[in-house]
Design a protein around this ligand. Sequence first.
Ligand SMILES: *[C@@H]1O[C@H](CO)[C@@H](O)[C@H](O)[C@H]1NC(C)=O
Length: 130
Amino acid sequence: MSLLVLPVVLCLLCTVPRPVSADLGTATSYGPPYIPTRCFGRRTDQFPPQYFFVAVSEGLWDGGSACERVYKIKCLSGLNMPCKVGETVEVMVVDLCRKSPCPSTIAMSTDAFAAISHNSSAPINIEYLQ
Ligand SMILES: *[C@@H]1O[C@H](CO)[C@@H](O)[C@H](O)[C@H]1NC(C)=O
């Protein structure tokens, strides 16, 4: 019995909160028309102020549960140093990536992408945190 209990006790340590760590991925920019989206269809009031939103790839889509999730995204690197130094952007998920397979982990609205990168046509490496 004690041999069975031991792993359970040890695993209480597993639940101790750890510092949240960001995931690594890639991002590209996509442009209008943005409507309809898979999350909100044709609703005209669905986009957050500043148009900071994204369409996520299949891996993050989570069967649609990804809708309305907010991610903080930071540009890490890309061709010819496109990252805006020190900038991050908070974006809301409104769609599933329109291309299959998606060209990146997260396809960002033109405005969201421009907030962290100088070059809208170059894919970038990102760090993202929900
Ligand atoms: C922007 O990215 C494209 C595609 O990678 C590249 O061809 C172009 O040279 C880049 N522009 C600048 C200014 O770096």
